[in-house]
Each structure stands twice: as C-alpha cells, then as structure tokens.
Ligand binder design. Structure first.
Ligand code: TYD
Ligand code: MG
Length: 475
C-alpha cells in the first residue's frame, strides 16, 4: 500500500502545495493553507484502490451524430434567455450573488414554474429552516405540490434521500457553502469540502439527468467565496447582481457551455417576489433628469437586446494634488483612457478636476461602445451645459482620438427611436459600414425618424458641445 501523504490546500484559490507555508504561492494570500490527507480530496475516486488497473473505454468518432441538447424552459422568460433557452437536463448551474440579492427568491420561483409544468423538484436548504422556506414560498404564491423540501447539509443524507425516490427534474442546493461530506476531513465551508460536495452532486445530476442548481455566496470583492473552484466544475455560472437601494436585479451569464454568455435577464424585486422586466430601457431611463449638465444617454447592447441607460458625469475643480476619479458601473481604466484622449486630442483639460462617473440605476456597462457617451457627459459637465434631450450616443474611441463603429448599430438606433429619441450621435461609417450589400442593408435598417450625426473625431463632438456653451455663458 502506498503511504498516506499529506497535502496542503489553499482555501482561497484551491492550489495544492506539498508543504505548509505561511503564504500561498499561487494567489499570494496569507494563512490560507490547510492540511489534508492525501487520499481524500481532489482526484481521489471514492473507494477506489490505488493499485487497481484501469479498464479500456470505447472511443467514438468525434463526427458522430448527436442531438441538440434538450431543454426544459422554466417559463420565466428572463431566466430562460440567460440560460440560452431553458435548463439542460443533466447539467449543473452555479448561481452567485451577494447575500440578500434574491437568489433564493429567484430559485423558489423557478422551482414553482417547473413544478407547475409537472416536473418534480427538490429544494434543499442548508441555510434556512423548513418554516422559513415555506413562508417565502407562500409569499411568492409558489406553493406547488411537486416540490419536495428539506433542510439538510449532509451530502450523504441528500444523496440517500434522492436515491430513495424518483430522480427529480430539478435539484436546488441553497447554498453549496453549507454542505459537507464525510469523504473529506476538512471543515464545512472549506474549499475541499465545497469541491467534494459539488463533485458528488454533479455526478448524481449527470447520471440521472437532473438539472442541478447550486447557490454560491459572493465575497466583498466580487468572487464566489470558496467555490471559485466550483466554477470550473459546472456547465454554467450565473451572477445575480444589483445595487443596494435599487429594486431591479440583473442576472448575468459568466460562463455557459450550452448557450451565449452575453445575455442578461432583468428583474424587479417587488412585494410578491421578482417580476420580469421586458423593456429595461424604460426602467433605466425612468428617473431621468434630462436638463442637468453631465448626463448623456448611451444606446448599449446586452447580447441580442438593446439597453438604453443614462451616464452621469460630475467634473469639479479639485483641491487635491492627485484629483479623484470615481466610477460606478463602468471600467475605471477605460475612463482614464477617455480622459487622456480628451486631454491630448480635444484640448479638454481635466487634470485639475475631480471626475465622478455614474451609470444610472445601478446598471453596469460591459462594452467599450460607451466611450462616446462618457465623453459627451464629461464635456457637458465641464462646460456646464446640458446635452440635447433628444440625443443618444454610442461608439468606441481609439487612442488617436478617432471614433470607431461598433456592432449592432441598427438595433441600437431602432430602440432609440422606439423610446422617442430624435437624434443619434455615432461614429462615421456606422450605418454604411463596408461598401456593398452589407452596408446597404445596415443603412436601410437605420430608422428614418432619427437624425444621424456621424462624427469621425472625438474633437468634433467636443467642438459641438463647447460651441453651445460659449453663447450661453456670455448671455
Ligand atoms: P433572498 O432571496 O432571501 O436573498 P438571497 O437568497 O440572495 O440571500 O431575498 C432576500 C431579500 O429579498 C430580502 O431583503 C427581502 C426581499 N424580498 C422582497 O422584497 N420581496 C419578496 O417577495 C421576497 C421573497 C423577498
Ligand atoms: Mg438565500
């Protein structure tokens, strides 16, 4: 028999080291290495002897026939959009999010929707008592016959319970951090426990064609605590996010083996649970104060869906040696780039100013197409002049100060027209991109009710806004 060896697993990143040290070599965290017996943990097959030789598996042709993954739609359109058309039986999903954001609420509603369609569901809560979960379900009018409920944290007990009956169509584990298994020795909540528990449940799901949904907590710095390692084991990772004080929540795909990763689902938290938001733009522009300087409407895209949001900038003279730059909802290094381009190519000097940038409503922009709208908001705030109410902005800016067309121009324009905007400021070449049929099609698709202002240099935009500022200041 091989001698049992110890190994040391970092609780922060999951790196395995042969020797203990105060600091993890992989992630640099201090005091995160925990000893584990070598035979348990990662890669150790349960109960399998180390000396056993393997057996041959049959190799199949990669070119063989396979059916399209079947899907089980929940009927909650915003959720189905994010999963790529519904849950895939036998797949595992991780739903991450801050405490209190509404993960349990969302999954209770999803469970009820599937159960209503005649699919058996099992909901295992490791955090709340049965009474609490029942109370929530009643509040959500999600009390369905087909949902089995248990408050349990032992993986062995959960698996034994599942094996005693028919495999459910959907198994919800709320949350993966609370589970523990006898097969490994470390404490509940540790990386090793979380990984071993997830592994056991995923194995069950794959074998029985059950959809497994794991809930994971997120730490302050936005990582799924502990189960970062779980992200690699599951088929899809969804993040549920939202800003404190705002009612709406965004479900975002981070990884999806069976669908797109750039779709979002938008929900609004109400007294009766999460409500779907079909037209997010109306929601994001709802509280708009159009006459204030420093606000620009950005025509953005999320996957296949256009989303209009307001970008707010505040530029104020700074008393600090290093002026402040604070960004909410956008990439701060992208802001630094836009500031540098404004300074270098447009003569807009912001070096002595504090700059605050906010995307209204707690929304987060992930695409570079917001450059133009951000620039417009910054210049507008510096000049103290409000931008035209009826305008939307989109486009990327290069370091040379030139504007660059972005994808889906016609979808963005259509949404702007639909919401009553009259003018769009966009990079030149956006609508007649590539001469030929492609361009012609895009041009034809541009809505007729919209005045298009195509600019090729950021300086053009700066000039237009500042030209309005001067007469206003004189008069
Ligand atoms: P919850 O789903 O328990 O969050 P998580 O599982 O992510 O920790 O949601 C908790 C919050 O949602 C709580 O602050 C109350 C609020 N809520 C509503 O506003 N309406 C509702 O119908 C429900 C069920 C919860
Ligand atoms: Mg919860």
């Amino acid at each position: 028999m091989a001698k049992t060896k110890s190994q040391f697993v970092c609780q922060s990143c999951g790196n395995v080291a042969p020797r203990w040290s105060g600091r993890c070599e992989a992630c640099g965290e201090w005091n995160t290495l925990v000893e584990e017996r070598g035979e348990s943990g990662v890669g150790a097959a349960p109960g399998a002897s180390r000396m056993k030789t393997g057996h041959a598996v049959e190799l199949v042709a990669l070119a063989g026939d396979t059916q399209e993954a079947p899907r089980l739609a929940s009927g909650i359109a915003e959720l189905d959009r994010v999963t790529g058309g519904g849950f895939v039986p036998g797949s595992a999903l991780l739903v991450g999010g801050d405490p209190g954001i509404g993960k349990s609420t969302l999954l209770t509603q999803a469970a009820a929707a599937l159960a209503k369609g005649g699919h058996p569901v099992v909901y295992v809560s490791g955090e709340e008592a049965v009474a609490q979960v029942r109370l929530r379900a009643r509040r959500l009018s999600a009390v369905e016959e087909n949902i089995g409920l248990a408050a349990e944290t032992s993986v062995e007990n959960i698996l034994a319970t599942l094996k005693a009956g028919q495999p459910p169509a959907l198994l919800i584990i709320d949350s993966i951090q609370t589970l523990w298994t006898d097969t490994v020795e470390s404490a509940p909540g540790s990386v090793t426990q979380v990984r071993a528990s997830a592994q056991a449940l995923i194995r069950y799901a794959k074998r029985h064609g059950t959809i497994l949904v794991l809930v994971g907590h997120v730490t302050k710095d936005g990582q799924i605590a502990g189960p970062r390692v779980v992200e690699h084991m599951v088929d899809a990772v969804l993040y549920f996010e939202g800003e404190g004080g705002h009612h709406f929540r965004i479900l975002r795909t981070v990884k999806n083996r069976f669908g797109p990763t750039d779709e979002i689902g938008v929900f609004e938290m109400s007294d009766g649970g999460l409500k779907e938001v079909e037209n997010p733009s109306e929601l994001f522009l709802g509280e708009r104060n159009a006459n204030a300087p420093g606000a620009a409407v950005f025509a953005g895209m999320e996957g296949t869906r256009p989303v209009l949001v307001e970008i707010q900038a505040l530029v104020a003279p700074s008393s600090l040696a290093t002026p402040r730059r604070a960004v909410v909802g956008w990439d701060s290094s992208r802001l630094a780039m836009v500031l540098a381009v404004l300074e270098a190519h447009c003569g807009v000097r912001l070096g002595q100013h504090d700059v605050y940038l906010n995307v209204a409503g707690g929304y987060r922009i992930m695409e570079p197409a917001a450059d133009l709208a951000v620039s417009a908001a910054l210049i507008s705030s510096l000049a103290g002049v409000a931008l035209p109410v009826q305008s939307v902005y989109f486009g990327e800016i290069s370091l040379s100060g030139a504007t660059r067309p972005v994808s889906h121009a016609s979808a963005r324009l259509k949404e702007a027209e639909k919401l009553g905007f009259g003018r769009a400021i966009l990079p030149s070449g956006s609508t007649a991109r590539k001469n030929g049929r492609d361009g012609a099609k895009a041009k034809a698709a541009a809505p007729s009710g919209l005045e298009l202002v195509e600019i090729s240099e950021l300086a053009d935009l700066a000039g237009r806004i500042l030209a309005k500022a001067k007469p206003a200041q004189q008069g």
